[in-house]
Design a protein. Structure first.
Length: 380
């Protein structure tokens, strides 16, 4: 049976590197938009429906973010042969050191905001820190825990992918999708007692990303079809989420979950659209993209901190620079100033806030990276 994955990814082909670099940056910006829109979504019933719909639409549009990160990992790593020890040492070192640094930063920020309290008992304080490191000291760090688990699995699933026929790859993806489908709450009544959790989880995105990256599809107008699938998936996620919130028979966030068939379609379609698109841009744009791409992981780790500061920037500023803030505002410091979805109409404010956050976090990570000796290890 014909094998389709025996030839390594041709890393020397610039267009392959370019589209993956483009996709990685798009996914990163999408993550920040997602987190900018979430507070407004959680205000359902307390905010105007027009504002909520705007957040719902933007949230649905960018739900591909984390799945696409995993798909990129599969596209870049599954085709290679690894010595397990070297692979884990190299990958985990790159991931864990910045993760621990930023986790401690978030623990400090929680203490600064009086969300957690330390006592005079050193051991009790250490246990608090260790507990937060175990469960995640910020809402977005779940991705890192998931990624570490995938790294342990990649040497195994990679060997399967490199030696599998296309039919076997498609079999794996079909079963993964089917298991995901019948695991949804609205299909729980048809979910059999057969244990199929071996096919569940984010590992399917690894294989899907590798397959879509390597497969040369002979389909007319494929990019157009993928654009239409992308639009359809957005509508399905946005409208489905609204209906489930209005008629709460099932969890209202169900369509937002990464392991949801609608999100799989959304992620696959944007992956293919970017793969099939070769934009002609000035060299300066490429250089900016590559510069930001170097700090992609650090931006992901640090953006939640910047978003928290932007949500109430004058509170932080008045504590750090009280005289300056008093002078600028003439003693009348506004209580509700926020760089968030509240800036203006949410359909504009959310992407704008995400862009501001992206640029500020990039600057912060770049500065940390320049710290002698430790900067490059902890910045991400």
């Amino acid at each position: 049976m014909k094998k389709i994955f025996i030839v390594p990814m041709p890393a020397v082909k610039t267009e392959n590197i370019d589209w993956i670099s483009n996709l990685r940056l798009i996914a990163l910006y999408a993550v920040i938009i997602l987190h900018c829109s979430s507070p407004l979504l959680m205000g359902y019933g307390k905010v105007s429906m027009s504002d909520w719909w705007a957040a719902d639409f933007l949230n649905a549009t960018v739900r591909f973010a984390v799945p696409v990160f995993v798909m990129i990992t599969g596209a870049l790593l599954l085709h290679r042969e690894y010595e397990i020890g070297d692979f884990l040492k190299k990958r985990l070192t790159r991931v864990v050191a910045p993760f621990l640094f930023w986790s401690l930063v978030y623990i400090w920020f929680s203490w600064y905001n009086e969300e957690i309290k330390f006592s005079g008992d050193v051991w009790e304080n250490i246990k608090i820190v260790l507990h937060l490191l175990k469960i995640g000291s910020s809402y977005h760090l779940w991705y890192v825990y998931m990624l570490i688990g995938l790294y342990f699995f990649i040497p195994v699933i990679g060997k399967f992918v490199r030696n599998a026929s296309e039919k076997e790859i498609l079999y794996f993806l079909a079963v993964w999708f089917a298991v995901m489908l019948i695991s949804q709450p609205y299909l729980s009544h048809v979910n059999p007692a057969v244990d199929m959790h071996y096919f569940a989880g984010f590992a399917g995105y690894l294989v899907l990303g590798h397959y879509l990256a390597f497969k040369d599809f002979k389909v007319n107008n494929l990019r157009l079809w993928m654009v239409l699938l992308f639009v359809f998936s957005i509508a399905l996620i946005a409208i489905g989420s609204r209906l489930f919130i209005k008629y709460p028979k099932w969890p209202g966030t169900m369509f937002y979950e990464p392991l949801n068939p609608a999100v799989v379609m959304l992620s696959s379609s944007i992956f293919m659209v970017v793969k099939l698109t070769v934009p002609k841009v000035p060299p300066v744009i490429t250089r900016i993209r590559d510069f930001a791409g170097k700090y992609n992981y650090g931006i992901y780790l640090g953006h939640a901190l910047v978003l928290s500061i932007l949500d109430d920037p004058l509170d932080i500023s008045s504590k750090l620079f009280p005289r300056l803030v008093n002078y600028v505002f003439n003693g009348n410091i506004p209580d509700d100033f926020s760089i968030s979805y509240k800036l203006c109409t949410p359909i504009i404010a959310i992407p704008l806030t995400a862009l501001i956050c992206f640029l500020l976090t990039l600057s912060l990570v770049w500065v940390i990276n320049k710290i002698p000796f430790i900067g490059k290890w902890v910045s991400g």
